[in-house]
Design a protein around this ligand. Structure first.
Ligand code: 0X9
Ligand code: ZN
Length: 414
């Protein structure tokens, strides 16, 4: 471990000094070949607190990605080899430290009309400025609302897009509950831009549908991951020993059961009680106050190219899974056609792992939104932060899937 001292210039031009540890870490890829391998990896995830599973599925022959700190490296390799698993180094130069070029770019002032989130990752402030701008410039079809605030008091803002106020069905999209999944808020912004700035090409999506979009559920975590620790996942609520709750373990449906940690130092900490966090409460209120019209809840995450539906807290499926499967398959077919990519479709608990307290399960079971889907967007070899040159094609791909899912949902009698 080595220590860096970083000088940050904040907006009032004073200088603050922050010391933090830059861990040297390795990202491994492992491919389970049997059920025993899958079980072993799942148990390793539950028992070893220092490993960070970036990609974990229960499917044989599907890659699993694990970030391993330097001091654990030898033990990790030995344990896996003993099971007949061959860990392959995907990246040996990972560091949670922020790349200063990226940081400077994210904080550089750019006039709002020129902000281009398809070419670089935006800071929280820039996302907020863009939302404001869209609200002002397209006020005939866009309403911007503040639906709550984050733990550190950043406003949580939705963009509602509707052409016809008497609209019947609505789609609710949120993104960025997990801080480090930068492509998720970026894709939500891209959906907004396509609908409002390219409304002519997307008339079919606006005619009979209202879009309610919350592009950044966890702004405190997002900003922290952009400026301090790029692999930060949770929000920034401080507890006695560690910081942060995993928002996607904090919803009150089978809260605190499988796949959610009670340890506040773990990336999947469920929080001290259901809805202990302002961000998950804001999403809940948004679902409940619109549940008469919202027929489709789509939550954007990364990574792995998955379209998944409940249940997440267990392996089984709800009675209505076929509707969600049809919508998800429309999305994966469209992306296969437009970008020749393969999305895996199925139940979240079955395909990934069981994890309770997720927003997707809550949407279906409690808010009674009939179609609830989690979209795990793609990565490149850098994992959560694809190269900026890749952003455009990745968000275009995502939009082609989202457009097809919205159209499919409209055909269903929900
Ligand atoms: O673990 C999660 O929260 C999601 N994966 S991620 O890599 N983006 O963290 C998957 C959640 C699936 N849904 C539920 N388990 N409810
Ligand atoms: Zn996520």
């Amino acid at each position: 471990m080595f220590w860096f001292t970083i000088f940050l210039f904040n907006s009032v031009d004073s200088i603050s000094t922050i010391d933090f540890a830059c861990e040297r870490e390795t990202l491994y890829s492992v491919v389970p070949k049997s059920d025993a391998h899958v079980r072993f990896l799942r148990e390793l995830n539950l028992k070893n607190e220092t490993l960070d599973f970036w990609l974990l599925t229960t499917l044989i022959e599907h890659e699993v990605h694990i970030k391993v700190p330097a001091e654990q490296d030898l033990r990790f390799q030995t344990e896996l080899l003993a099971q007949g698993l061959k860990p392959v180094v995907k990246s040996s130069r990972l560091s949670s430290c922020i790349n200063s070029v990226l940081q400077k770019r994210a904080t550089k002032y750019v006039p709002v009309e020129s902000l281009d989130f398809t070419r670089r990752y935006l800071s929280y402030n820039d996302i907020d400025r863009y939302i404001d701008y869209i609200g002002r410039k397209y006020s005939q079809i866009v309403t911007v609302s503040t639906i709550g605030s984050s733990f550190e008091k950043r406003p949580l803002r939705t963009v509602t897009i509707t052409r016809d106020k008497s609209n019947k069905k609505a789609i609710l999209i949120d993104a960025g509950i997990h801080a480090r999944e930068w492509l998720a808020p970026t894709s939500a912004l891209y959906v907004i831009s396509q609908l409002v700035q390219h409304g002519d090409a997307n008339g079919d999506l606006l005619n009979n549908l209202t879009w309610i979009i919350l592009p950044l559920v966890n702004p405190d975590g997002y900003e922290y991951s952009l400026t301090r620790d790029r692999y930060w996942r949770k929000n920034r609520h401080p507890f006695r020993r560690c910081v942060g709750t995993d928002g996607n373990r904090n919803f009150d449906y089978h809260w605190g059961e499988q796949g959610a940690s009670r340890n506040e130092c773990r990336p999947t900490y469920s929080g001290p009680k259901p809805f202990s966090e302002p961000e998950s409460r804001a999403v809940r209120n948004l679902m409940l106050s619109n549940n008469q019209t919202v027929k489709f809840y789509l939550t954007l995450h990364s990574y792995g190219r998955y379209l998944l539906y409940p249940w997440g807290y267990r392996k089984g499926l709800p009675k209505t899974w076929r509707y969600m499967d049809a919508v998800a398959r429309a999305g994966s077919d469209a992306m296969k056609l437009s970008h020749n990519v393969k999305y895996t479709v199925g139940g979240a608990g079955k395909i990934l792992y069981e994890a309770s307290g997720g927003s997707d399960d809550y949407a279906l079971a409690v808010a009674r939104i009939p179609i609830s889907i989690i979209m795990e967007l793609p990565a490149d070899e850098r994992g959560f932060h694809p190269a900026e040159e890749m952003i455009r094609s990745l968000v275009e791909e995502a939009f082609s899937g989202i457009r097809a899912m919205a159209l499919k949902m409209m055909q269903l009698n929900l």
